[in-house]
Design a protein around this ligand. Structure first.
Ligand code: FAD
Ligand code: SF4
Length: 322
């Protein structure tokens, strides 16, 4: 399903306003008209070093090569969920809302079909930043299930996205928050946030669930709260490691930070490479056997392709593939 269709579906707007808001906050109208739910969930990080082959260090692109962003321009990188190997973030707005809504991803693959709770679908970078999700090779997303709408009240849920420009831009920070109210008493609260953490899903705030009551009445809820506590502690450890790595890279020693950059000219990490023409961009990478394609569009609005006659092309260019 296209992102625009999902965002504007009457059912989604009425029952899951949080999801509709998040979808409409993503990309531009033209992009949303083309982008699909599966593609949006699977899109890769926007870390510029990941895309710029001029930087060989990127553990996500080339495992074991290092991380150029830790020592580089990392204004848009993660505060939460980072690891010493990768501080990239997940760019999807829809994912933040789906995490707050407790969605479930259905996938099918060579072995079997299975369902994955959304909060487990994306991976934190950890030791393997090259893996973004827990999908196995050959598995495809077939659908995303939404639970019964608990947060349909527009005044009780909100997707908030902070970005550099309002027209369209990826989030610097975004939060999906939803409250289930009983009169003036909060029964349940969900929040998924992203200071652009790699796996937004894991950042769902269980604290909201814990706030329901000091001690949940049933054993299952108590077990869930305990597990959430362990997960939060583990997250803090990972964040501590990543923070230490970034502090080292920035010259922070102990509790004191040596402010060495303020008031001084600062070279961009990629500045010298770019002005001397040494930086390599994706388009600089060519291959002798690279195929070039030309799109020939049909003059028939709707029809079935019976056959394709390539004889004229082959006659003029035997090496051409079609
Ligand atoms: C300039 C620009 C700005 C953008 N801004 C934002 C933004 O602010 N917020 C935001 O959320 N997004 C943003 N996007 C992303 C955009 O919304 C699309 O979601 C994204 O590009 C994926 O598009 P797609 O559906 O065409 O996926 P594709 O590019 O076709 O696919 C992406 C990946 O997903 C895989 N894939 C696709 N479908 C499935 C499936 N069913 N199962 C398994 N794998 C699958 C593909 O194989 C591919 O690897 C932006 C994109 C651009 C170009
Ligand atoms: S943050 Fe991750 S994606 Fe970016 S350069 Fe480092 S390893 Fe690569």
């Amino acid at each position: 399903m296209r992102n625009s269709d999902a965002a504007n579906h009457a059912w989604v707007r009425e029952r899951y306003p949080l999801l509709s808001q998040a979808l409409l906050a993503g990309a531009s109208a033209q992009l949303r008209n083309m982008a699909t739910v599966g593609g949006n969930l699977m899109q890769r990080t926007r870390c510029p070093y990941f895309y710029d082959l001029g930087f060989p260090q990127c553990n996500k692109r080339t495992p074991g090569s290092g991380c150029a962003a830790i020592d580089g321009n990392n204004r848009m990188h993660a505060i939460l969920g980072a690891s010493p190997r990768c501080i990239a973030t997940n760019p999807s707005d829809m994912s933040v809302a789906l995490a707050a809504l407790d969605a479930v991803v259905r996938v099918t693959g060579p072995n079997d079909a299975r369902t994955i709770p959304f909060t487990e679908f994306h991976r934190l970078p950890g030791e393997r930043p090259d893996l973004d999700t827990i999908l196995q090779p050959g598995e495809l997303i077939t659908s995303v299930d939404l639970p019964p709408p608990l947060f349909a009240d527009h005044s009780k849920s909100k997707y908030l996205k902070v970005r550099d420009r309002a027209s369209y831009a990826f989030a610097l920070v975004s939060v999906a928050a939803a409250l289930q109210m009983d009169g003036s008493t909060m029964q349940r609260a969900h929040r998924a946030g992203r200071r652009r953490a790699q796996a937004v899903a894991r950042e769902r705030d269980r604290a909201g669930v814990r706030r329901q009551a000091a001690r949940p009445a049933d054993p299952a809820s108590r077990r869930r709260a305990r597990r959430a506590g362990h997960a939060a502690a583990a997250r803090q450890r990972v964040q501590g490691d990543a923070r230490a790595a970034r502090d080292r890279a920035r010259g922070v020693t102990g509790r004191r930070c040596r402010m060495t950059v303020i008031g001084k000219p600062l070279d961009r990490t990629d500045g010298v490479l770019k002005v001397t023409g040494q930086a390599r961009y994706s388009a600089d990478n060519t291959d002798a056997k690279l195929a070039h394609a030309v799109l020939v569009t049909s003059t028939v609005a709707k029809g079935r392709i019976a056959s394709i006659d390539t004889s004229r092309v082959q006659a003029r260019c035997p090496a051409c593939c079609s």
